[in-house]
Design a protein around this ligand. Sequence first.
Ligand code: GLY
Ligand code: MN
Ligand code: MN
Length: 530
Amino acid sequence: MTSSEKHEEFDVVSPASAAGFTPGQAQDLGDRVNNRSQRPTSEAFKDFMASSWAPAEPVQHERDEVATHAAARRSAVSAQFPNERLVIPAGPHKVRSNDTDYRFRPHSAFAHLSGLGVDHEPGAVLVFEPVDEGTGDHGSRHEVTLYFKPMAGRDTQEFYADARHGEFWIGPRPGLEEFSQRLGLRTADSGALEVAVTKEAGPVEFGGTRIRLLREVDLDVDALVDTSRINTTVDLETSDAYDGELAEALSELRLVKDAWEIAQMRVSVEATIAGFHDVVAALPRAADHARGERIVEGAFFARARLEGNDLGYDTIAAAGNNATVLHWIRNHGAVRRGDLLLLDAGVEADSLYTADITRTLPVTGEFSPTQRKIYDAVLAAADAAFAVVRPGIRFRDVHTAAVRVLAEHLDDWGLLPVSLEEALDESGQHHRRWMPHGTSHHLGLDVHDCAQAKRELYLDGVLEPGMVFTIEPGLYFKNEDLAAPAEFRGIGIRIEDDVLVTEDGAESLSASLPRTAQEIESWMRGIWNS
Ligand code: GLY
Ligand code: MN
Ligand code: MN
């Protein structure tokens, strides 16, 4: 029994457990999940549970605003893979522990092509079925269908006895008709998925249909496709390459955001800025608590759940020396007065687009002269990076601009063991000791978006209007860093903003969040005095 089958039966009282466990008799381990169930099994109970529920009212749903954009994205994918079947799963529920799942989030490629956000829809699969030129959706080369498990009626056992899918347990879920109307997509019961994915699969030279799958999203779908590939002449390496090309294309499709996506980025950035405001308000309380970083994390999370779907990634709430740990997410440290708090956090909107913003804040509301000196160096690096952003430059030029400024400051402070030129040369790079991460990454549905794009389109790619990425230089001097002056140790500073490439330059989406040392000090004072 697969884990998903087990979960489908979760809390359904099995005949074995209903009959009671007989000591000495072997009980299947998979069945023991029911050992705590006390749900009645009488026919009278089942009949009564399945009756006297008001019928669901048929509702006409408006078309979601995203539907037109998602259709254009699907057409773009279709044009790249004519005559081939494309299979793009949302992914299944993921187990957190035992029979408790994480809140569901669909794979980003699925969300991008379906237009679905929040927790839609576990186990769903988009299938692009190839058709003759000009006869597909919107004149494309494919007819696309969304397969998913529709909610069972209130007269079924699933309604009250299936903790993963039943309405009594998880509330109503959209049906085939609702998703079809909202998304402008064909929808079908996932019972029809197996045939839809596997029919006429085979080598093109023998009249079969080539399948390309977004792999490792839903292992059940991987197994379906793999089975259909057995006994064909296509070897594993070749079919892996086909699948890899699809993953790459779906990632590259997100390099340039459409108008709807940019609007969603603004939504997530605004909610994130509100979250930073909440954190400043909570900072005095954090400073009084042994695990003050958790107070910071919690204040931001409350905003993320209030205004969005979730966090786009685990919040980094790092005070003092913890700020020198690049991905500090334990967040169990104290927030001491006199230290800096590095807060790297992003709200994921209901559409699943996320912001990714960092501010480094003085816990008292005022930077010390040393903290400010380092802060201003990081700010100068960020400004230098911003200044070069415009269509036509290479993505990697943004990083080059930022780290040059950092290297210059480190040189001025006498920290480089070689000359500035030697450090900047590829054979040196000594300055990177204090900033070993990149300055920028694409941002969107994933915090590190477009991760499967080819290097020549990413790091070596040329900027185009509609690209969104971060600029996030930093300097990190660890307590134990003997190459740093004693007064620098225990200070980590990063400034991270989210940038949209425009027709003639760049727009900082996060520009309304205070950024200079002075702006930050007066902003914090304002919040505490209000
Ligand atoms: N928050 C992770 C990053 O900035 O990339
Ligand atoms: Mn980032
Ligand atoms: Mn970040």
